[in-house]
Design a protein around this ligand. Structure first.
Ligand code: BGC
Length: 458
């Protein structure tokens, strides 16, 4: 009884001291955002989402169905030709140039470069070499992602990241491409969103291989983080290793309790923040990885090399969710939304305070931070402009408050294949008509272009 009273009092005091961060947007002038002149402006894509004709773990998954008979991808859509970026990269680079950004983050499609284990395709290697040259010719810095959700089918057949010994295959691939491009490419991102690959692939089943096995999710998560460390170490030993910047790309998936007076909502929120955000950050801080959610994800791993394995932190930020614990729902929780929240087309709200909180969290690592992705799915293009201004206000505020954010890449250059949602989610600065591949600048994108223009040197 005494314990219960203590607990209730503790929750009340805690809530009085710590409120969910909410700014009064009526008092903020979104037209007076300022950034340092050195700030890096960019945009991003990923191979499977834009290139077309990929044969990899995702293209296989796109053909499949879940146990309940529903297709793996919404309405059984397939990536197919996507944005045909493989053929159209030159005109797409003109688009990148036209919006005034100076960095383009894109990923290498491992399955095209190494279609069979140990067999490298020169045409694909030359293709990316041409993309890099074209970018440089246009004064745009290429930023390469080595693994962005997709990998070769042979790697999947070997068990992909379920087995620690398979990491060496990814490291060999990275060594190979690094030796080809590192004389021209200064920024390298190793793994895109390890937590998403592990949780969506092995816990919710929304991503390939579509499993629901918490133990495996923990193992895969650990192996992806470990892959980063091994790739970093290996690339640093190669020529140009010391002159390039290598980082991981990690999304901060923020959770707050739905009911701040409900201990179960708090516990589940802690568990989610722990798995998605705190445990991996702690790994880079201490070299110790501990997942501690009994029955769901339970794993531990030590690699002291993790501590010095980042030249920058690539922060992706999209989502803030309120969690209501529900033992009867399939993921043990419900995602809840506040009445006045502005929804995007994805199950996320506009909550720009969240990117500020995420920056604050990852700044514990004392590294330069690049916002490697932030953007909005907005088919009607009715909230994009507001979204961009609010999030960039939050980023500019974080810099003024002393956080070391050096760049921002809007996701994405153009509408593309949004994984399990297919082509329905429209994140692009450019609209893509998938019937004829026509690209059209969106009205909402002008907010980004204007900010870049007023804040850049030239
Ligand atoms: C991924 C992108 C994706 C974006 C929007 C990130 O998780 O890195 O590939 O398109 O979110 O959902």
């Amino acid at each position: 009884m005494l314990f219960l009273i203590f607990l209730i009092l503790a929750i009340i005091i805690f809530n009085l001291l710590f409120k969910e961060t909410r700014w009064d947007w009526n008092k903020i002038n979104l037209d007076s955002i300022t950034f340092p002149k050195s700030f890096i402006w960019g945009t991003a894509t990923a191979s499977h989402q834009v290139e077309g004709n990929c044969k990899n773990n995702w293209s296989e998954f796109e053909k499949g169905f879940k146990n309940n008979g529903k297709p793996n991808i919404k309405d059984a859509q397939i990536s197919g030709l996507a944005c045909d970026h493989w053929q159209r990269y030159k005109s797409d680079i003109e688009l990148i140039k036209s919006i005034g950004v100076k960095h383009y983050r894109f990923s290498l499609e491992w399955s095209k470069i190494e279609p069979e284990l140990g067999v490298f395709n020169d045409e694909a290697l030359n293709h990316y070499s041409d993309v890099i040259d074209e970018l440089l010719k246009n004064n745009i810095e290429p930023v390469i992602t080595l693994h962005h959700f997709s990998h070769p089918i042979w790697f999947d057949k070997l068990g992909a990241f379920e087995k620690e010994k398979n990491i060496s295959h990814l490291v060999s691939f990275c060594d190979k491409v690094f030796s080809h491009y590192s004389n021209r490419v200064k920024y390298w991102c190793t793994i895109n969103e390890p937590g998403v690959v592990a949780i969506q692939g092995y816990f919710t089943g929304m991503f390939p291989p579509g499993e629901k096995n918490g133990q495996k999710a923990g193992e895969v998560y650990k192996n992806l983080l470990e892959s980063h460390v091994q790739i970093y170490k290996s690339l640093k030993k190669l020529p140009n290793g010391n002159s390039v910047k290598i980082g991981i790309v990690k999304n901060i998936n923020q959770f707050d309790p739905w009911n701040r007076y409900n201990i179960f909502d708090w516990l589940f929120t802690f568990a989610m923040n722990h798995v998605f955000n705190w445990a991996p950050i702690n790994f880079f801080k201490t070299g110790k990885l501990k997942f501690r959610v009994p029955g769901l994800i339970w794993n531990s791993h030590i690699n002291k090399d993790a501590v010095k394995s980042l030249d920058f932190f690539g922060l992706n930020y999209y989502s803030h969710n309120h969690i209501r614990f529900n033992p009867f729902s399939k993921d043990y929780s419900d995602l809840m939304y506040k009445k006045n929240d502005i929804m995007t087309d994805m199950p996320y709200t506009i909550y720009a305070e969240g990117i500020y909180r995420a920056i604050k969290l990852v700044s514990k690592l004392n590294l330069p931070i690049i916002i490697t992705e932030n953007g909005v799915a907005d088919k009607e293009d009715s909230i994009r402009s507001e979204y961009i201004k609010k999030y960039l206000f939050a980023v500019s505020k974080s810099i003024k408050d002393g956080y070391n954010v050096v760049g921002y890449y809007y996701w994405s250059l153009m509408d593309n294949f949004e994984w399990a949602f297919g082509y329905d989610m429209r994140f692009g600065l450019f609209e893509v008509d998938f019937e004829n591949q026509k690209r059209t600048l969106k009205k909402g994108a002008k907010a980004y272009i204007n900010i870049i223009k007023t804040q850049s040197n030239e």
